[in-house]
Design a protein around this ligand. Structure first.
Ligand code: PMP
Length: 362
């Protein structure tokens, strides 16, 4: 039996063992072709089928309406930070952003290179420990879109509901929580996500966009950075990251076999409860970073009262088979990322380790 780590990496992150084993089985001979999927033309009938099937699986699982396009792009979610304003923020309009943390900030910074922006709500004054209250948020009438980061991977906060924006397209960076819970896609103009957390390996970025927003891009944009290029060519304008798309395909089938996105949400809730309960019942030994109402079900951030103990926690956890529990270098502390593919057993083991660590050091 292969020994698998308790993998709490923030991304690239754990993939299901079954998915890896299937990829292993098909690695040198995909579908009787006598070659790996990596070795075949992206214009082949076999790859075209993978491309089509992956789109339809995602449509089905995530409930994507028929007037939305699904694109497989490269350059990571970070390239979307630029493509969004390049394609969707014309002169005279303003790109509206909610400042929730490190990734929302990066998206905003990039948009500033291409047009006028505004921040409509922010939790920066509280170190981004929560999603700001958006119930009375004012979005300027000349906003081209409102951009939200549905889950802040570094701070460990997550929207529980999304703002209603009327005619203004809502854009969501769902890199770290796509497919972890049901979402009403029709509320969004565009959703994007790097695959390497909940959807598969790095190398492919998923864009789900309402047709009318991506049908025709401004003429001055480089070919590869135009949404309309990829829409017109069904994500096959140039050589796609075919092996990554194929792994996303396997991952989607795995989610399907586990009961779909609603079942994932319940599974994730069970997993995170084990760890959040441990934090809340520790009498203050562990302190959650995020406000209870904004806690993420994907990235669980917490602290111990001394940095020395935090270092010791990381060291001892590693000696016990846990990986990835050190918080992001920009905020410190501890973080457990519990994406779809992280098994309940890993979370149970972590909760037990936390209780034991407190007993020895509390
Ligand atoms: N947005 C969020 C919420 C992320 O977590 C990340 C990656 N950790 C990114 C964007 C950037 O993604 P990429 O590395 O694929 O550019």
């Amino acid at each position: 039996m292969t020994k698998r780590a308790y993998n709490f990496n923030a991304g690239p992150a754990a993939l299901p063992l079954e998915v890896l084993q299937q990829a292993q089985e098909q690695l040198v001979d995909y579908a009787g072709a006598g070659m790996s999927i990596m070795e075949m033309s992206h214009r082949s009938a076999i790859y075209e089928q993978v491309n089509e099937e992956t789109q339809s699986l995602l449509r089905e699982l995530f409930g994507i309406p028929s007037n939305y396009k699904v694109l497989f792009l490269q350059g990571g979610a970070s390239t979307q930070f630029a493509m969004i304003p390049m394609n969707l923020l014309p002169a005279g309009k303003v790109g509206a952003y909610v400042a929730t943390g490190s990734w929302a900030d990066k998206a905003l910074k990039e948009a500033k290179l291409f047009g006028e922006t505004t921040v409509v709500a922010s939790s920066e004054a509280d170190k981004f420990n929560r999603i700001p209250d958006l119930s009375n948020v004012e979005i300027p009438s000349n906003a081209a879109y409102l951009h939200v980061t549905s889950n802040e991977t570094i701070e460990g906060t997550q929207y529980k509901q999304f703002p209603v924006t009327g005619d203004i397209p809502l854009i969501g960076d769902m890199s770290s929580d796509i497919l972890s819970r049901p979402v009403d896609v029709s509320q969004f103009g565009l959703i994007y996500a790097g695959a390497q957390k909940n959807l598969g390996p790095s190398g492919v970025t998923i864009v789900i966009a309402r047709e009318d927003l991506v049908q025709e891009s401004p003429k001055s944009i480089a070919t590869m950075l135009r949404y309309d290029t990829h829409v017109k060519n069904n994500s096959l304008y140039n050589t796609p990251p075919s092996f990554s798309v194929y792994l996303v395909n396997l991952m989607l089938k795995w989610v399907q076999s586990r009961g779909g996105v609603a079942a994932m949400e319940q599974y994730n809730r069970d997993k995170t409860q084990l760890i959040y309960d441990t934090i809340d019942q520790s009498g203050g030994f562990y302190r959650g970073f995020a406000d209870a109402g904004s806690r993420s079900a994907m990235n669980l951030t917490f602290r111990i009262h001394s940095e020395e103990l935090e270092k010791q926690f990381v060291k001892e956890s590693e000696a016990n088979g846990f990986v990835g529990l050190k918080g992001h270098r920009s905020v410190g502390g501890l973080r457990a990322s519990t994406y779809n593919a992280v098994p309940l057993e890993s979370c149970k083991a972590l909760a037990e380790f936390m209780v034991d660590f407190q007993k020895r050091n509390g």
